[in-house]
Design a protein around this ligand. Structure first.
Ligand SMILES: [Fe+2]
Length: 283
């Protein structure tokens, strides 16, 4: 993808309420946390799609480099279902606990799959995602399906513009959250014999989503587009304890439901997208 020559602020989304700046700063700070691999067996799901034993992912050096999802539709759908569940029940609640999202989280529809075989060149150039016009409110998540360190992992800048990089030293079952929009990141030649298999995705809290950002021409919310929507049912936001217990989860908005609820966005013309109020995607 061609890099943008446009220089944009990476401090905070321009449309975000000032009262959320501290919370956004917390979200941007790199952190690594764990999730339940029994409930979210990403390694097994991806291995099934590749037709290999889950325990052999890190030793397979004949896989092609790149970011293709497993090439069977069935496997892709299985991964997509697991991923939507994960975003709605792990990622969205976590973000909402830090930065109140008003019931709406925008997230990458399909995660990017990365396979970096041992003894192979680096994948892609050093960059920050804003180089590719991603919007300021976007937070990155990165999940390895094997143990990663040294030459078979991702190096992330410790802060915007610091020029200091640290490798993500992680095991399967951990997730890294970082501000890849403003912090540069890169891989090095994988001189190890361990194949790195990982996937990554990007999330924008509802109040940070800028529907008038130039990137919305290509990265917009809608059917078959880059972003999908996770919402928490309005009943849950009522403050009623019984209703919160009854509807505890965030929900992925299926494309059909999204189409029904957001007819004004369905034309996907620049005009109709601009009609979306900035920072407010409530359904
Ligand atoms: Fe990136």
């Amino acid at each position: 993808m061609k890099k943008s020559k446009r220089a944009r602020s990476t401090v905070a989304p321009r449309n975000m309420d000032c009262s959320l700046r501290d919370a956004f700063h917390t979200l941007k700070t790199k952190t690594i946390f764990t999730y339940d691999t029994a409930r979210y067996p990403f390694r097994e799901t991806v291995a099934a799609g590749l037709g290999v034993d889950p325990g052999t992912l890190a030793t397979l050096n004949h896989l092609p480099s790149g970011k293709d999802l497993p090439d069977s539709t069935e496997a892709t759908l299985a991964l997509k279902a697991l991923y939507d569940d994960f975003v709605c029940n792990v990622i969205a609640p976590q973000i909402d606990a830090i930065l109140p999202c008003g019931g709406t989280v925008v997230y990458q529809s399909l995660p990017c799959m990365r396979i970096h075989p041992g003894n192979s060149a680096a994948l892609g150039p050093r960059h920050k995602d804003s180089d590719y016009e991603h919007q300021e409110g976007q937070i990155n998540f990165w999940l390895p399906l094997v143990t990663v360190s040294g030459p078979n992992t991702l190096y992330v800048e410790t802060g915007e513009g610091t020029g200091v990089f640290e490798p993500l030293e992680m095991i399967y079952g951990q997730v890294a959250r970082f501000y890849g929009n403003g912090c540069e990141h890169y891989t090095v030649a994988n001189t190890s014999c361990v194949t790195r298999v990982s996937f990554d995705f990007r999330v924008v809290p509802g109040p940070c989503y800028d529907s008038e950002h130039p990137s919305c021409k290509k990265f917009f919310v809608g059917p078959t587009s880059y972003y999908a929507l996770a919402t928490v049912p309005s009943e849950t936001q009522s403050g009623d304890k019984e209703m919160r217990e009854r509807y505890p989860s965030w929900r992925f908005v299926p494309r059909t439901a999204f189409e029904v609820k957001n007819r004004s966005t369905m034309g996907l013309t620049r005009k109709s997208r601009r009609e979306l109020p900035a920072g407010n995607l409530k359904t």
